[in-house]
Design a protein around this ligand. Structure first.
Ligand SMILES: C[S@@+](CC[C@H](N)C(=O)[O-])C[C@H]1O[C@@H](n2cnc3c(N)ncnc32)[C@H](O)[C@@H]1O
Length: 248
């Protein structure tokens, strides 16, 4: 790794340590009991440029990979589709999907400062704040053609149980796209996530369309890992009738 990238990584680690606040969740069995989540408004001068810089340093590919998977398998009219972007951050996935022809987005995130940037991007018809895992998704169940949760299904962020809400938010026959990382610290979470995805498939809630495993997902940022960490994109189609989707 070049000295420049290494020092940028170091700065990122320091900045995240400084800017994140730790929200204590209800006591849980697993060590992922804490999560870092900024609920502050942006500091003066904070802008999406900072985030874009982070993305460039990390070589964060999840938004492009997720959008690619959705485009390969969403068969409806893209310009008419209603897309729910959960843990939307500043809107990187919506920006990619807009280039691919999607036009209607609702964004949800727990961080007020991220939502402010998402709102300013002009990509979203509506943005809503919600701490996933503590609060229900603030949406009408069964109303979205595409539901996505990219870059936040991991240890210390969004609890696995939230995937049932993603499924409920989608229309019957809609698609749900999720991603997770495959780095060492996230392996237990990833196994739990895949168990839940399988369980929901066995219950007839949805069926698996595609799973894409990538070795070069993004640059490692923990002090224990070097180079790139891996990640996965999961694409599911919800059961075609409400009868098969028992929670609707
Ligand atoms: C790495 S960013 C991903 C943003 C965007 N989806 C993307 O791929 O570019 C993770 C986002 O998840 C949000 N997040 C993490 N845990 C959350 C939770 N429990 N509830 C709501 N938002 C959460 C953070 O605020 C942040 O905006």
């Amino acid at each position: 790794m070049s000295r420049n990238v290494a020092s940028q990584r170091e700065k990122l680690l320091l900045r995240w340590d400084r800017e994140s606040i730790v929200v204590r969740r209800r006591p849980r069995k697993r060590p992922c009991a804490l999560r870092r989540l900024s609920r502050r408004r942006p500091a003066s001068g904070a802008s999406s440029a900072t985030t874009l810089q982070d993305v460039a340093v990390l070589q964060y590919r999840a938004p492009a990979l997720a959008a690619g998977s959705i485009c390969r398998h969403y068969t409806g009219a893209r310009e008419a589709a209603l897309v729910l972007d959960v843990a939307c951050g500043t809107g990187l996935v919506a920006a990619q999907m807009k280039k691919d022809g999607f036009a209607h987005f609702v964004g949800i995130d727990g961080s007020g400062s991220m939502l402010e940037l998402a709102r300013k991007s002009g990509l979203y018809q509506d943005v809503r704040q919600c701490i996933l895992g503590d609060e229900d998704l603030p949406v009408q169940w069964g109303s979205f053609d595409v539901v996505l949760l990219v870059g936040a299904l991991s240890c210390g962020q969004v609890p696995v149980a939230v995937v049932t809400e993603l499924c409920r938010a989608a229309k019957p026959g809609g698609v749900v796209c999720m991603t997770t990382r495959s780095n060492l610290q996230n392996l237990e979470y990833k196994a739990d996530l895949e168990r839940e995805l399988r369980r929901m498939e066995e219950d007839g809630r949805w069926c698996r369309v595609e799973v894409q495993e990538e070795e070069e997902w993004e640059r490692a940022v923990s002090r224990e890992e070097e180079g790139f960490i891996g990640g996965s994109v999961y694409l599911y189609r919800t059961a075609a009738t409400e009868k098969l989707n028992p929670k609707l």
